[in-house]
Ligand binder design. Structure first.
Ligand code: 5AD
Ligand code: SF4
Length: 481
């Protein structure tokens, strides 16, 4: 049987996601989403704003009156991909004389608006991540004036708290809920604080009611999202709610609702939060905890605010408080000034922590960032590539060993749908976020199933289903997890 490889997973991260069609609306919008889960969640907000104003979604760009690309600027190749896509759409519009509005949303909006609009006349609409409420007006303006319409204003308040997202690409089982926006961390390599603005948290009550609605609709898992999700803090009437308390409160909405979150910063991973993982059976024992690098000097240059030792202490503490906790991470190879010895510290950190999964990238200089202004991007491309492939090779081996250790165990899988390769098989995630594939039998999406793991690759576990279960039953028999 062929299975998903680590590389496919990485590709998936950069592959565009297309909005499914729906029936409503007189004008048709085609949305293509690039980049992170936050962007996927934002596209659901965009769909909701547009639906209110009579726009329906289409899966077919040929049938669309409006084409929107929700863009990512995190690495140069993400940006180039969107540029190529815009060129394709623009060429088609010109060739066929189509009356169509082409727009750019999201992270590329602010920085590229001058280029896209003035130099290249490539798009009719440029809308930043905090201006989606303004989309209907901007679309009208572009149509009325024949001129490009722009709003790239970044807000200190906007959280879209009152907008119920249109979950157009849903499997009906898992959903994203955005709880904070922006980032104040200013890591030296990262463009996000510039493209998404200052950090702000969404009101507790609106998060809880969105999650409660999802439970009512039969969803079984929520992943709460933010650029720096565990720095969530919302103050109302003199009471402050931090991330651990929010997570605890979401988990109490239903014992059958699994709760995850992404993406977190080590500085905000408190013992209080780790205790919520340990004590709440439906808060998954999994943390995506980006380390970025294994050397303290590089971490200082990256402005990550922790040392290698502090990060390793945190991992140890987490494993003490919550012994079954699983980690994934992000790694950057070839950051400014990285020596061979510093690179080897990343390899040794991977060996020490033994992550279940990692997203691994070559450093790509981004305009306006601290690194772009202060440091030389001086590691040659060939060296960056070689270091990245050493990191990937090592981590793939570790992931395979970690997965092999699961063989013989029984895990609880929340079924998401058919496996990518075969309708005769189902796939879903175990509590530790590992993808598990098994024979369909009579199980359905939304079922919790006990699965005995019999085989694996570095990216997927393969197993035999033993029967349906519930999280409540799980909580009573924790040894099975
Ligand atoms: N170059 C390479 N990788 C980057 N990331 C963020 N900025 C850059 C950059 N300039 C990576 C980090 C981050 C993930 C989302 O993308 O590892 O955690
Ligand atoms: Fe970027 Fe750092 Fe903020 Fe993450 S924490 S979004 S890497 S600035």
């Amino acid at each position: 049987m062929q299975l998903i490889s680590d590389l496919t997973l990485l590709d998936d991260l950069d592959a565009p996601k297309v909005a499914a069609g729906d029936a409503g609306g007189t004008r048709r919008v085609y949305i293509e989403t690039y980049g992170c889960q936050m962007n996927v969640s934002d596209s659901e907000i965009v769909a909701a704003v547009l639906r209110e104003h009579g726009y329906g979604l289409t899966q077919d760009p040929e049938a669309a009156d409006v084409i929107l690309l929700n863009t990512c600027a995190i690495r140069e190749n993400a940006e180039q991909k969107v540029r190529r896509r815009l060129d394709v759409f623009r060429a088609d519009i010109t060739k066929r004389g189509r009356a169509l509005t082409l727009g750019v949303l999201g992270c590329m909006a602010e920085r590229l608006r001058h280029k896209l609009l003035e130099q290249e006349h490539l798009v009719d609409l440029v809308v930043g991540p905090d201006a989606y409420r303004d989309l209907p007006r901007l679309l009208d303006e572009a149509a009325d004036t024949g001129q490009a319409a722009v709003n790239v204003h970044l807000s200190r308040e906007e959280t879209y708290a009152d907008i119920a997202p249109v979950r157009y690409a849903t499997n009906g089982v898992t959903a994203f809920v955005s709880i904070m926006r922006g980032c104040d961390n200013m890591c030296a390599f990262c463009v996000v604080p510039f493209t998404r603005g200052r950090e702000r948290s969404r009101p507790v009550s609106s998060i809880l009611s969105e999650c409660a609605r999802l439970v009512e609709q039969g969803y079984k898992e929520v992943t709460v999202l933010g650029q720096n999700v565990n720095s969530y803090r919302y103050e109302q009437d003199g009471t402050l709610v931090g991330f651990p308390e929010l997570l605890d409160r979401i988990s109490r909405l239903s014992p059958e609702l699994r709760v995850r979150y992404s993406t977190s910063h080590p500085k905000d991973c408190s013992d209080e939060l780790l205790h919520v993982h340990a004590e709440r059976p439906n808060v998954c024992n999994y943390i995506h905890l980006p380390v970025q690098h294994g050397n303290t000097d590089v971490l200082r240059r990256m402005r990550r605010t922790y040392t290698r030792e502090q990060y390793l202490d945190l991992i140890e503490r987490a494993r003490r408080i919550c012994p079954t906790i699983s980690f994934s991470t992000d790694i950057i190879a070839g950051f400014c000034g990285e020596t061979e010895e510093e690179h080897r510290d990343t390899l040794s950190l991977l060996e020490t922590v033994r992550y279940d999964h990692a997203y691994m990238f070559m450093y790509s200089e981004r305009p306006d960032t601290y690194a772009a202004r202060k440091y030389a991007d001086d590691v040659p491309e060939a060296v960056k590539k070689r270091r990245l492939s050493e990191i990937i090779e090592l981590q793939t081996g570790i992931a395979l060993e970690r997965n092999r250790a699961e063989i013989g165990r029984v895990v609880t899988v929340l079924v998401e749908g058919p496996s990518k390769r075969s309708e005769a098989q189902l796939s879903g995630r175990a509590d530790n976020n590992k993808m598990v594939v098994f024979d369909r039998q009579d199980f359905r999406p939304g079922d919790y199933v006990h699965v005995r793991i019999t085989d694996c690759t570095s990216a997927t576990l393969i197993g035999e289903p033993l029967g349906k279960t519930t999280l409540a039953e799980q909580a009573a028999r924790p040894a099975m997890v």
